[in-house]
Design a protein around this ligand. Structure first.
Ligand SMILES: Nc1ncnc2c1ncn2[C@@H]1O[C@H](COP(=O)(O)OP(=O)(O)OP(=O)(O)O)[C@@H](O)[C@H]1O
Length: 614
């Protein structure tokens, strides 16, 4: 993992200096030539800026020696005006190009951050809280973007000014450059002090902002619970506490800035005094002209601005770097799939040896009956060995799960509420990473969870999310197969009907059918269906059962069977309780065994009869 510093507590990781620099360098690929041109333009425009102090010194000498006339003044003024124009134009071009590169790279980073955020292991995001993630893709991006106007001129032009001006001072008379150099330790000490304190203060400020974002988000998400339990006052106090935390950290950060100011003022006074004294001594001993001393003072005055600006930029830079390292910390987390790939590589190798698509039709009996490792002779779609899982700091939810699903077969997972069915489905789908054991699944696995999300957009966009190449004919066929052709009648726009937020509202059943059609178009090797419970015996439930069967045909499938009618049609049934597999077998076998499944079936049947008699 390319992340230098691990997460603090449960926060998402923050990238170290090397990882940050490496990622920025990688992102700058394609812009490096432009960056070199920007550097050259910066040096040229600052060299032009040296002309006015030299010209003024020249004028002072001419006036002092009585050789200056109006023509001299006009010539010097013209040269100064021209150099000012050239310098300003050069600086503007330099900054414009540097800004463009900066924002292009930042946009690429943000894009990577957002796409990576979608693929992160869910347990990491849940543990850190989505507020942390949101803060990194909003507050931190803003902090880095806002730094541009200050950081870019400093890093491109200011550094050049310092180098060029010091060279100018030395060329004039070396004691001038030496006088300024003697004061440099004051700036160096100010910088050292600041670098020690600054990053810590800014990181604390950003962390406080993340905590506040998380608190506000939770209050909004749990709005119904907050109202239902009269928790408004409690949530209000929690948000207030975190907001005050942000205020405290912000005050600390601004105090550090003021203290930096004081140190810079001291450096300014000392450097002006030093060059003035040296100038006086040199002129007194006839080693420099008054014009030369004037040029030296003007060069130092010109230098002070950039030196201060550089230190102020260090301030903004620190703040931006703190944000940048938080953004890159997210970008460098291995995705759930990458983490899983390294974990299940060995398992995949085993399965590759067994793959035998031609023999798939004969494997039903071996479903969900794990044998000794390597004993299965058939193509296996899913294999779990000793899988364990728990949420954040919670108790164990899955414990020692072993499971084999031959390719093309359908397994139902049943059990009481809270048994761990949904969690097991999420672990198999790769949404959650197991704490122990191994999971092997096909590369193309798709899951329909209980909360089906309808994305804001057209029906076509919703359906082709995972199958961008699907034609309208494919889409219509998928809707027909899942019994969802009615969706085309929602409006005259058919597939162009806008659904989701601010679009045509879909019922829960329609949303589920949309999800099933989407899955059909995605055509995964393994489909995991964990649909929300539909009232047994209702037209809605029967329709969904038929759609689910159509979707599973011809591929491996796992059904979290909230309705036991779904389980009865599967090749094999896995019964779970308290995070463990307690029974497996076909519907008939489990009824004969007269265990937990038989009892669940009896209760289910009784419920069906009561519903039918109403
Ligand atoms: N995001 C979560 N964070 C913490 N605990 C969770 C989370 N999701 C589920 N759990 C807990 O894990 C256990 C198993 O839950 P799970 O949803 O997997 O059970 P289930 O058998 O699918 O139940 P149901 O049939 O009600 O959906 C339960 O105790 C539940 O409270």
């Amino acid at each position: 993992m390319n992340v230098a510093s691990a997460a603090t507590g449960h926060a998402l990781p923050v990238a170290g200096g090397r990882a940050t620099a490496g990622e920025v360098w990688r992102l700058s690929r394609g812009h490096r030539l432009r960056l070199a041109a920007v550097g050259l333009a910066g040096i040229l425009s600052t060299a032009v800026d040296l002309i006015p102090p030299v010209a003024i010194g020249y004028l002072v000498d001419r006036v002092q020696t009585g050789t200056g006339d109006l023509g001299t003044v006009l010539t010097v003024t013209g040269v100064m005006a021209l150099s000012a124009l050239l310098g300003a134009a050069g600086t503007a071009v330099t900054i414009a190009h540097a800004t463009r590169v900066y924002h292009t790279v930042l946009a690429a980073l943000r894009e990577r951050l957002v796409s990576r955020a979608m693929l992160l292991p869910r347990h990491l995001v849940e543990r850190a809280g989505t507020g942390d993630l949101i803060s990194r893709s909003s507050d931190d991006v803003t902090a880095v973007a806002d730094a541009a106007p200050a950081v870019i001129p400093a890093l491109t032009v200011t550094a050049c000014t310092i180098v060029v001006s010091l060279a100018g001072l030395a060329a004039l008379e070396w004691p001038y450059a030496a006088a300024f150099a003697v004061v440099l330790p004051v700036y160096a000490l100010a910088m050292r002090w600041y670098l020690r304190i600054g990053p810590r203060v800014y990181r604390a400020e950003r962390a406080a902002m993340s905590a506040r974002a998380q608190q506000i988000l939770e209050s909004q998400r749990g709005y119904a619970t907050v109202l239902g339990f009269g928790l408004a006052e409690h949530r209000h106090r929690a948000v207030l506490t975190d907001s005050w935390g942000v205020a405290v950290q912000s005050i600390r950060a601004r105090t550090v800035q003021s203290m930096l100011n004081a140190r810079l003022n001291l450096g300014e006074c000392l450097s002006l005094a030093a060059v003035l004294v040296v100038g006086f001594v040199l002129v007194d001993h006839g080693l420099s002209t008054v014009g030369g001393a004037t040029t030296a003072m003007l060069l130092v005055l010109r230098l002070l601005g950039p030196v201060n600006q550089l230190l102020f930029v260090v301030d903004t830079l620190q703040s931006a770097l703190a944000s940048l390292s938080r953004m890159i910390g997210v970008v460098t987390i291995p995705t759930a799939e990458e983490a899983d790939a390294s974990m299940t590589q060995a398992g995949r190798a085993d399965l590759a040896d067994q793959a035998d698509p031609a023999g798939r039709a004969d494997q039903a009996d071996q479903a969900a009956a794990p044998g000794p490792a390597g004993a299965a002779e058939t193509a296996t779609a899913v294999r779990l060995r000793g899988v364990a899982f728990h949420y954040a700091d919670g108790p164990s939810v899955l414990d020692g799960i072993d499971l084999d699903i031959p390719a093309g077969r359908h397994i139902a997972i049943v059990g009481p509420s809270g048994a761990g069915k949904t969690t097991l489905a999420s672990v198999i789908a790769g949404v959650h990473r197991p704490d122990g054991g191994t999971v092997t699944r096909p590369r193309r696995t798709a899951v329909i969870s209980q909360e089906v999300h309808v994305f804001a957009g057209t029906l076509r966009e919703n359906l082709t999310l995972a199958a961008p190449d699907a034609t309208d004919g494919d889409i219509r066929a998928a809707l027909e197969t899942t019994g969802a052709a009615d969706l085309l009648e929602l409006s005259a726009d058919a597939l162009d009907t806008v659904v989701g937020t601010r679009g045509h509202p879909l019922t829960e059943a329609e949303a589920q059918q949309l999800a099933l059609a989407r899955l059909l178009l995605a055509d995964p090797e393994l489909a995991i269906l964990d649909e929300a419970t539909a009232e047994a015996g209702s037209a809605h439930a029967e329709r969904l059962d038929r759609a689910s069967e159509a979707v599973l045909a011809g591929r491996s499938g796992i059904v979290i069977a909230h309705r036991l009618s779904q389980a009865a049609t599967c090749d094999r049934i896995v019964v779970m309780d308290a995070g463990r597999v307690i029974e497996t077998g076909t519907h008939d076998e489990l009824l004969t065994a007269d265990g937990t499944y038989a009892r669940l079936w009896a209760v289910w049947q009784a419920g069906q009869q009561i519903s039918a008699s109403r």
